[in-house]
Ligand binder design. Structure first.
Ligand code: PEP
Ligand code: CO
Length: 456
């Protein structure tokens, strides 16, 4: 690693001296200040103990000792904050993780892209329809989707509404987990009703039976519960896009003498906002959380080296996760060079594959979709490239839902373009449905032929 360069003084608001892109233009600064003041007084959503625990898990995954499963919606909506939606998302992530645990035989760390994934970057500040231009919809944290001036005007109150829903979401997830819902002895809790007839159901039930039998076996040997194995931990992530919102819950914790973003465990920087001299990089460099960086085809080795140096000058394990998303057709061209340059620098990072965002396409009818085979192909290629280069792909990132939607094509039931109109519900990016997500998990775990089981 190059020697640590002295950086100018950081504070939670030092990003304000830099160019902040993708931020809403609120018409009334006083109202923004009032909302932020209230937001900063509310209790945090996560604690530094949890954040530090996740960092340790990521550090372990960097060395090949654990595998990270991150998944959720491209954008959460306030309307989706219902018990059913939250429980279903938790169920699918738990089911995938038990399959991966069984196949990969290493701890699986679960991160829900939820409880705060409410702000979205947009290509244009304005959207024009019939000669009327209004602010683009930037997610429920910022404004409302209907194309009216009142709805599209950014409303600072929505930051409070979003924070409250994020807290409700994580509160419910925590209760489910602490209450025994996520106990590996009882994976039947995670069954989703409509799945009984799935071609994958039988295979899945064999796996869960075997996991709970093994737990019973170890517990009868040791005479007590296998605590760390039988209880699962769950973490939350979102894109740290809306800087005033993130800043309002950034706190200095005297017992640690460090700053933490307490809206989420694992905030990430999108590539659109990852400029080295930009406001987002400035904000992220000062917080202690583990952070993710999205890496697409436009990322150069120099840019990445600059980000790593700026965001992790001490080369702390567990701090940085590089979430790569090149597309099945481009991963061979882009990934090896970046892996080699990171290896040459000696930087400690976790590599995570997002096989969704590089594989988005539109059908003839205009549906935004992703083809299961391309998603799988990117994953397989990524595993192969990492293995060939002596690197470790230690995690995956999916956009998925526990619902029976038809947004991505292919998978066990061979969904076609014509099926998309049947249950296409996403507001933003197409998500894997339950069966497609389970099939991917089985492939990663090496439990189905066709294989993505090159995990080294
Ligand atoms: C995303 O991560 O869901 C996404 C759409 O990313 P980006 O806008 O950064 O491509
Ligand atoms: Co997305």
């Amino acid at each position: 690693m190059p020697r640590k360069k002295a950086q100018p003084q950081w504070s939670p608001q030092s990003w304000q001296g830099k160019n902040a892109i993708q931020q809403p233009n609120y018409p009334d600064p006083d109202q923004v200040a009032r909302s932020l003041e209230q937001l900063s007084k509310l209790p945090p959503i996560v604690t530094s103990w949890e954040i530090e625990a996740l960092k340790q898990h990521i550090a372990l995954a960097q060395k090949g000792g654990a595998f990270i499963l991150q998944g959720g919606d491209c954008a959460e909506t306030f309307d989706d904050c219902t018990s059913d939606n939250i429980a279903q998302k938790l169920k699918i992530l738990l089911q995938m993780s038990v399959v991966m645990l069984y196949g990969l035989k290493r701890p699986i760390v679960r991160i829900g892209r939820m409880a705060g994934q409410y702000a979205k970057p947009r290509s244009d500040d304005l959207e024009t329809r019939d000669q009327t231009s209004l602010p683009s919809f930037r997610g429920d944290l910022v404004n409302r989707e209907p194309f009216t001036t009142a709805d599209r005007t950014p409303d600072p109150d929505l930051m409070l509404r979003g924070y409250e829903r994020a807290a409700l979401t994580l509160n419910f997830v925590r209760s489910l987990i602490d209450g025994g819902f996520a106990d590996l002895h009882h994976p039947e809790n995670w069954d989703l009703d409509w799945v009984q007839h799935s071609p994958l159901a039988q295979e899945y039930h064999k796996i869960t039976e075997s996991v709970s039998n093994s737990l019973d076996f170890f517990e009868s040997l040791s005479g007590g519960p296998v605590h760390t194995a039988s209880r699962v931990e769950f973490y939350a992530s979102h894109e740290g896009l809306h800087l005033p919102y993130e800043q309002a819950q950034t706190r200095f914790l005297p017992h640690r003498q460090k700053w933490y973003n307490l809206t989420t465990h694992f905030p990430w920087i999108g590539m659109r906002t990852a400029q080295l001299d930009g406001a987002h990089a400035e904000y992220f460099r000062g917080i202690t959380n583990p952070i993710g960086i999205k890496i697409g085809p436009g990322m150069t080795a120099d840019w990445l080296a600059g980000l790593i140096q700026l965001l992790n000058p001490a080369n702390e394990p567990g701090r940085l996760t590089l979430i790569h998303r090149f597309g099945a057709a481009n991963v061979d061209q882009h990934l090896p060079g970046l892996i080699k340059s990171v290896q040459a620098s000696g930087a400690e990072v976790l590599w995570m594959c997002d096989p969704m965002h590089g594989n988005t396409e539109a059908t003839k009818e205009g549906y935004k979709t992703r083809r299961f085979d391309n998603i799988l192909a990117e994953l397989e290629t990524a595993f192969r490239i990492h293995t060939e280069l002596g690197s470790y792909l230690g995690g995956v990132h999916f956009e998925l839902t526990g619902e029976n939607v038809t947004e991505c094509t292919g998978g066990a039931r061979g969904l076609t373009d014509a099926d998309l109109r049947r249950a296409y519900r996403t507001q933003v990016d197409p998500r894997l449905n339950y069966e497609q997500a389970m099939e991917i998990a089985m492939r990663i775990a090496g439990l189905r032929s066709g294989r993505a089981d090159q995990v080294n």
